[in-house]
Ligand binder design. Structure first.
Ligand code: PRX
Length: 656
């Protein structure tokens, strides 16, 4: 696949300089920032750090002596909510922080003063429930204003939040609760999605069955469909915040105190708890948000990501608030009640900066341009994307149909682990090419290397690496520092020479002008609609079903979702692989992980292609799934089986 992608991209010669009027008014329209930052990146980040609100100024910009465990801004203290709220309450209390729109059409407008007061009330309530600095609070909610409030209330207390995406299953929630030993869970009775109630409280109850570390559950009433409350454990959000003071002192935290944990998929079945700390994270997200979105005081900014993912953490909550921006939050699905909901929202609020995912753009393309054409989208000034490589056709459609040909398109490459944007254009300066994330941002040092870690010449592909630490980088994996080193820092680093190189797991190519073209994952991680899912995680969910003997999962290209999950399953004894079992298996994966991990296709087979040493050859399954010529089968112990699987796969229909 990588090879084909490279060839396809070679043909991409269209280029888009920043529109002259946009460039003229842009925050950055000269290359000076790159020059300054590359001369002395730490000094550059230190200068940027003046834009945060500190209690005590830092002593050292970076302590890298315990690499790869970074410590940024050591000696400094702050509370991130003072940068996100208090200082704006002093300077612009009535500025809107969030225009919130519920899926059924109800709306709320929340100013900085109101958001600050609500966060204070909930901090006070959490404190009365026993939450203290250093504790962990689990959050399992839909996209309601109380979700950012809950995160910020934790941050104000110095407690770490761990948000679990509302689309994840009860089991996924329960795993994360046990890994973090969270003591309080904040949830909703339900969430609105496509006109239906997602019964979050019921799923939370299931996650808590059998006893966990959770002592209290705070429930936001959203859908009012009659969630059951458990005496002595569950309390309503509206009850616990009533009568709380609208001031609550922010707890002083060290720069490196834990801000949050967020779980993400890796190459094994066990999700990794990514550790983000206070100062560096806030700085990295705020600076890259300001520069890449060319953020202006009168902007109305909308990032469509769910807060349950890192994009929502960084670019719905922390960065926009640190920058004092006005954001839109939409609760529900893009097709509800009609497929033009996004464009109606852009028109209604006068959105000027829009941040969404390529998979969404491809869906909108399929639905047709008549939907956006019904709306006045002239308020838009900049469009951005994240989550997966954007194919040039989708980039062009976004640029022309949504942006009317006048808005720079900012493709942002980054990860849960990087916290902040890493490779992306500066919209007032960078000439873009459809499908390229362009260049590493000021203060970021990247490279493309071969197997042995040597930089490859321009025009060639290889492994993307980051060669210098950056402020919002993950500090570790929660409770598993060895896995942190092993996963990200062992492949290309040379510790004996003091050289630490971060390996994100992505392939990339640089063209003859040094533009970066991301080529997808090089490990066993799939990217479905911009969400990372591990093949191992889905395999172990399948094998967990009593009918399944063995399972292999690969990600295959899909026009809409980027990749789709293709599963190959052998069954126990005399079990028959029919439609009903297929449905059961999909449901089983849904229950173990969440709906997003359901295989799009399942092929039942008598055997899986294996090497003589018994290793499953996923590469061949990938060839089959993508209907490619089969690769070398001579190393297989059972070469007949691949042809049989190929035949069965050819007659399969996708579901989902
Ligand atoms: O493979 C890359 C892809 O998404 C991965 C990170 O996933 P996650 O941690 O869930 O964060 C998603 C939102 C930041 C990366 O390793 N990816 C993300 N953005 C891009 C991308 N691939 C290509 N181009 C992008 N703009």
């Amino acid at each position: 696949m990588a090879r084909e992608t490279i060839e396809a991209l070679f043909e991409e010669n269209r280029r888009f300089p920043p529109p002259a009027d946009f460039a003229a008014g842009a925050l950055v329209n000269t290359p000076a920032a790159y020059a300054e930052a590359s001369g002395d990146p730490r000094a550059w980040w230190a200068a940027q750090a003046e834009t945060l609100e500190w209690r005590r100024r830092w002593e050292h910009v970076l302590d890298w002596s315990d690499a790869p465990f970074a410590r940024w801004f050591t000696g400094g203290t702050l509370n991130v909510t003072e940068s996100c709220l208090d200082r704006h309450v002093r300077s612009q209390p009535d500025k809107v922080a969030f225009f919130w729109e519920g899926e059924p059409g109800d709306t709320r407008t929340i100013t900085y003063a109101e958001l600050h007061a609500e966060v204070c009330r909930f901090s006070s309530a959490l404190s009365q429930l026993g939450v203290r600095k250093g504790d962990r609070v689990a959050i399992y909610m839909g996209m309601v204003p109380e979700l950012p409030v809950a995160m910020l209330a934790c941050a104000r207390l110095g407690a770490a939040h761990t948000v679990v995406f509302g689309g994840f299953s009860a089991e996924a929630l329960s795993d994360r609760i046990s890994d973090t030993a969270a003591t309080v869970l904040v949830t909703c009775d339900g969430a609105w999605r496509s006109g239906q109630v997602v019964p979050l409280k019921e799923m939370a109850d299931e996650a808590l069955e059998g006893g966990t570390t959770i002592q209290s559950v705070v429930v936001v009433q959203r859908t009012g469909h009659g969630a059951k409350m458990s005496d002595g454990r569950d309390v309503w959000y509206h009850d616990v915040v009533a009568d709380q003071p609208d001031q609550f002192p922010a707890v002083e935290c060290a720069s490196e105190d834990l801000l949050y944990l967020l779980y993400t998929s890796g190459t094994t079945a066990k999700p990794k708890g990514i550790v983000h700390t206070c100062a560096g994270y806030l700085l990295g997200t705020a600076v890259t948000h300001r520069l890449c979105f060319d953020l202006k005081p009168d902007d109305v900014y909308w990032c469509t990501a769910d807060i349950g993912w890192v994009t929502g953490h960084s670019f719905v909550v922390y960065a926009p608030l640190a920058n004092g921006a006005t954001s839109v939050i939409y609760e529900g699905a893009p097709q509800h009640p009609d497929r033009d909901r996004f464009w109606a929202i852009v028109e209604r609020y006068g959105v000027s900066k829009l941040y969404t995912a390529p998979t969404a753009i491809r869906t909108f393309m399929k639905w047709g341009r008549q939907l956006p054409d019904r709306h006045d989208l002239s308020s838009l000034r900049l469009l951005a994307t994240v989550g997966e490589p954007i194919n040039p056709e989708a980039w062009m459609w976004y640029h022309e149909v949504i942006g009317g040909g006048r808005c720079p398109v900012v493709d942002t490459w980054w990860q849960t682990e990087t916290g902040q944007l890493m490779i992306a254009p500066l919209p007032g300066l960078t000439e873009t090419k459809p499908g390229s994330a362009t260049f590493p941002l000021p203060g970021i040092a990247a490279d493309v290397v071969d197997e042995s870690g040597r930089s490859v010449p321009l025009g060639r592909g290889g492994y993307l690496v980051i060669t210098e630490p950056w402020p919002a980088m993950a500090r570790s994996l929660y409770g598993d520092p060895d896995r942190f080193v092993e996963t990200y820092w062992s492949r290309f680093s040379r510790p004996e020479e003091g050289r630490w190189v971060y390996f994100p797991g992505d392939g990339a190519k640089r063209d003859s002008e040094g533009y970066y073209w991301l080529l997808g994952r090089v490990d066993d991680v799939m990217n479905v609609s911009g969400h990372r899912i591990s093949t191992m995680e889905v395999e172990s969910a399948l094998v967990d079903h009593e009918a399944v003997a063995e399972a292999a999962v690969v990600g295959r290209s899909d026009d809409r979702t980027g990749q789709a999950i293709a599963a190959f399953v052998t069954l126990e004894g005399d079990r028959v692989g029919d439609e009903s079992l297929m449905a059961q298996l999909r449901e089983h994966v849904s229950k173990k992980i969440g709906k997003i991990a359901r295989p799009a296709s399942i092929v039942f087979t008598d055997d899986l292609p294996k090497t003589r040493s018994g290793k499953i050859m996923r590469r061949l399954l990938q060839d089959i799934s993508e209907k490619r010529q089969l690769g070398d089968v001579t190393t297989l112990a059972n070469s007949d089986v691949v042809h049989e699987i190929a035949q069965r796969a050819a007659t399969q229909q996708d579901e989902n």
